[in-house]
Design a protein around this ligand. Structure first.
Ligand code: SF4
Length: 198
């Protein structure tokens, strides 16, 4: 299999695992913005800030991300579409867990394929998604390995990745319903993840 076929195969793997769509983009197209990363601890402080090893201030942030990006030629973007009524319900957690599972599985497959320095990014806090019943993140407090290393991936937010631009680079609409139209059963939303191949 040539490299192009290998990457296409990895992108297909994401949809087999449950993503609605996947796209291959040049890694150069990923836009990383310091001001977006700063939002996690800005005027509005994210309730998950500082709770897990995969969220700021414990992740490497935009500076390191740009170094990884420089080593990567292609990236796979995955999207899960869901109705706004699900996005703003208790079912959201299951969808976000699936997003982490898909990106982590594609990352694993990419590494096995030979893209040994590939890295996956998802959305949401892994503390909330996988360790809600635990008082603390054991990586931070006990210096132990992550309890859910096979699934939990860092959120794109902490690296300042512009997800709206990522959607556009993938050829998808970035429009999504917000909480105000979550009762409209036709309103659509999405969540996205990224696997940077290297
Ligand atoms: S141990 Fe839990 S909270 Fe900590 S990084 Fe892993 S999944 Fe996230």
């Amino acid at each position: 299999m040539c490299q192009k076929q290998q990457i296409e195969h990895l992108a297909r793997e994401a949809t087999k695992l449950g993503a609605t769509s996947s796209a291959i983009i040049s890694s150069k197209e990923i836009q990383v913005k310091d001001n977006l990363a700063a939002l996690c601890n800005g005027e509005y402080i994210c309730p998950n800030y500082g709770l897990a090893a995969s969220c700021p201030p414990y992740v490497e942030g935009p500076v390191e991300f740009r170094k990884w990006q420089a080593q990567s030629k292609y990236s796979i973007i995955v999207k899960i579409e869901l109705p706004a009524s699900v996005m703003f319900s208790n079912e959201r957690k299951g969808v976000m867990q699936l997003l982490h599972q898909i990106t982590a599985a594609v990352e694993k497959k990419a590494i096995e394929t030979g893209f040994k320095n590939s890295r996956a990014f998802a959305g949401g806090s892994c503390k909330e998604l996988f360790c809600e019943d635990q008082e603390k993140c054991c990586v931070l407090t006990e210096n132990k390995p992550c309890r859910h290393i096979e699934f939990a991936r860092p959120s794109m937010s902490g690296f300042g990745i512009d997800v709206t631009e990522l959607m556009k680079s993938s050829g998808w609409s970035a429009l999504k319903a917000d909480k105000s139209n979550s009762s409209d059963k036709n309103a659509a939303s999405w969540v996205a993840g990224l696997i940077m191949l290297a």
